[in-house]
Design a protein around this ligand. Structure first.
Ligand SMILES: Nc1ncnc2c1ncn2[C@@H]1O[C@H](COP(=O)(O)OP(=O)(O)OP(=O)(O)O)[C@@H](O)[C@H]1O
Ligand SMILES: [Mg+2]
Length: 272
């Protein structure tokens, strides 16, 4: 079963900046997919469309078999189902956190859903334990570090127990230990059958979190959709997408062209 089906979608912002052009792909239930692309290629826009936060200009996006548009998301039953099943973790945790304490933040979603209080308390404590943040329970989210805020933002979504998790640049701003923690968490969530869609330009985490990678080009089209391994080996596409770059410089009388970012070795050695 496909959770999402996108056919030739296009999106431009009100000032006519094109963000996505003719993008088509499907995402199946329980799949993990990474969306790769350089800055400005359209990753966050694509995630916002999947999350029902903005609507396509043309083409079709189906979610849970229904065409996603303003009308259907205004229908209370579908809206509730959609919001309960699609969890969105924003790149900037600050826009996601607004409660007086970490505990309240994590309990907020289930309370909004009308879940019985006993169950809310259990879920909140389970999520706090899963994320290892019981020491932060009584703190105000405002005063937390970036990495702590990210954990709380993830917790506020996990407590709703959505079947689909959408992460926008989850590792940005995290130190190496927190990045490893996040990758391990994504793998734990994968084991529980969650569908996980992650936007990143960090090639080093792709294979750790996903079997499949979709690359958006700087022209906002879909360049490739393949296994993570094949995409990471496809140097031409990664160069074209600006996910790695070559630059020329001189060491003594040797001119090198380096590929940076992922393929660390030298591509060519030209004696000048
Ligand atoms: N609110 C907006 N109004 C106008 N243009 C926008 C707006 N938000 C994004 N854009 C433009 O849409 C394009 C896609 O932006 P988007 O934020 O989706 O890229 P991204 O791949 O997520 O980039 P990054 O890696 O920097 O997060 C860019 O050209 C961007 O300038
Ligand atoms: Mg973005």
């Amino acid at each position: 079963m496909n959770i999402f089906e996108l056919s030739n979608i296009k999106y431009a912002y009100p000032d006519n900046t094109v963000a996505l052009n003719d993008v088509s792909f499907n995402i199946a239930l329980g799949e993990q997919v990474v969306i790769l692309g350089a800055n400005g290629s359209g990753k966050s826009t694509l995630l916002s469309i999947l999350g029902g936060l903005i609507y396509v200009d043309s083409g079709i996006i189906k979610a849970f078999g229904e065409s996603l548009n303003e009308d259907i998301l205004n229908q209370p039953d579908f809206r509730k189902y959609f919001r309960q099943n699609i969890g969105f973790i924003f790149q900037d945790s600050d826009i996601q956190l607004f409660c007086p304490t970490v505990y309240d933040e994590i309990a907020f979603g289930p309370l909004q859903l009308g879940i019985p209080k006993d169950e809310v308390i259990k879920r909140t404590n389970d999520v706090i334990n899963l994320l290892g943040i019981s020491n932060l329970k009584g703190r105000s989210p405002v005063g937390l570090s970036g990495g702590e805020k990210k954990k709380v933002a993830i917790g506020s979504v996990l407590s709703i127990n959505p079947s689909v998790l959408i992460f926008d640049e989850p590792t940005s701003g995290l130190d190496p230990r927190s990045q490893v923690w996040l990758i391990e968490l994504l793998n734990e969530l994968k084991k529980t059958g969650k569908t996980i869609i992650t936007a990143t330009h960090d090639l080093s985490i792709v294979e750790d979190i996903s079997m499949r990678a979709i690359v958006l080009g700087e022209d906002h089209t879909l360049l490739v959709d393949d296994t993570a391994g094949k995409v990471l080996d496809d140097k031409d596409t990664l160069l074209k997408a600006n996910l790695i770059h070559e630059h020329t410089h001189t060491h003594g009388n040797l001119r090198h062209i380096h590929a940076h970012g992922h393929f660390l070795g030298h591509l060519h050695h030209n004696k000048t």
